[in-house]
Design a binder for this molecule. Structure first.
Ligand SMILES: NC(=O)c1ccc[n+]([C@@H]2O[C@H](COP(=O)([O-])OP(=O)(O)OC[C@H]3O[C@@H](n4cnc5c(N)ncnc54)[C@H](OP(=O)(O)O)[C@@H]3O)[C@@H](O)[C@H]2O)c1
Length: 284
């Protein structure tokens, strides 16, 4: 039985994906932010799918130290990991820093996926075809490769900062595809499609500039359900044809080219340098 780990599994696409995967013979390892969600999620998945192989861990992925201890706890219980899906993410119109002094979008959307992959490496290495999928967004093409202000100290705008985080996530995914090629660990990005979730709250929309607010309100009516997006993601992961690909970007179930800047080798190396700097800072 293959083991699959999904972060951000308590809501939106992550929860819908956990429910889809649980209908198949998988061992599920689910990450939620709060301890109080563990029992509720585990009971709900087991009751609605009768999959008894569900283990849920609490981890605030914005905290480097929590990621490390969570990875250690996972490794104790699950020595092999076949698929890691980094789905957890934030969008916020207000700038926040984590206790590690990392801007929140950078911490959750960019740093956490790679710290998790690194921390779970011993388990990934034991799988026959280990794969890491980072849930990105086609919004990456609007992101600015602004490394001088990677923590977005000036002119904070939720949409710009989110898009920048997805651009960095995409670039670092390509870098890891290269770095881990000799270990045969595949790294790919998935854009799930515009989906009706609570990622961007009504309060966030209310704080957006007028034009952006109008676009968001218009798109709202055309979004997919989390269940539809989860089915697309599951079909991609379960498709043998795609299972050995690495360094690719999938949008709505189809392989596409991400933006030219996200594939620029010089920029990717620069992004990796910043990632290494951020992760080497002392955590709290
Ligand atoms: N919805 C869309 O239209 C869309 C489009 C493109 C890409 N995406 C991507 O799809 C993925 C899923 O998003 P969604 O739309 O399903 O949004 P969502 O319902 O808001 O789910 C986000 C998940 O991330 C978790 N999370 C956030 N910060 C965390 C932290 N510090 N520690 C642990 N967990 C944390 C949330 O947990 P809490 O419940 O505890 O906050 C939640 O479970 C994201 O990567 C998003 O960027 C979404």
């Amino acid at each position: 039985m293959k083991t699959i780990l999904i972060t951000g599994a308590n809501s939106g696409i992550g929860k819908a994906l956990a429910l889809v995967v649980a209908k198949h013979p998988y061992q599920l390892v689910l990450l939620v932010r709060k301890e109080s969600e563990i029992q509720r999620l585990s009971d709900e998945i087991t009751a609605s799918t009768s999959n008894q192989n569900v283990s849920v861990f609490a981890c605030d992925v914005s905290r480097k130290s929590q990621i490390q201890s969570c990875c250690n706890a996972i490794l104790q219980r699950h020595p092999t990991l076949d698929v890691l899906i980094n789905n957890a993410a934030v969008y916020t119109e207000t700038r926040t820093e984590t206790p590690d002094k990392i801007e929140l979008n950078v911490a959750v959307n960019v740093v956490a996926p790679f710290l998790l992959a690194q921390g779970l490496l011993p388990a990934l290495e034991k799988a026959s075809n280990p794969r890491v999928y980072n849930i990105s967004s086609i919004g990456e093409k609007y992101g600015k490769a602004d490394f001088e202000d990677i923590m977005s100290h000036s002119n904070y705008s939720g949409n710009a900062v989110y898009n920048k985080s997805k651009l960095l996530l995409t670039m670092l995914t390509y870098k890891c595809a290269e770095l881990y090629a000799d270990k045969h660990i595949r790294f790919n990005c998935i854009h799930p499609g515009a989906t009706k979730t609570r990622l961007v709250s009504d309060e966030d929309i209310a704080q957006m500039p007028l034009v952006l607010r109008a676009i968001f309100r218009m798109v709202k009516g055309f979004r997919k359900t989390p269940e539809q997006s989860a089915e697309t993601i599951y079909n991609l992961i379960a498709n043998q044809e795609f299972s050995t690909l690495t360094g690719k970007f999938f949008s709505n179930g189809t392989q596409i080219y991400s933006s030219a800047q996200s594939r620029d080798k010089h920029l990717i190396d620069k992004a990796w340098k910043y990632y290494v700097q951020i992760t080497n800072q002392e955590s709290t």
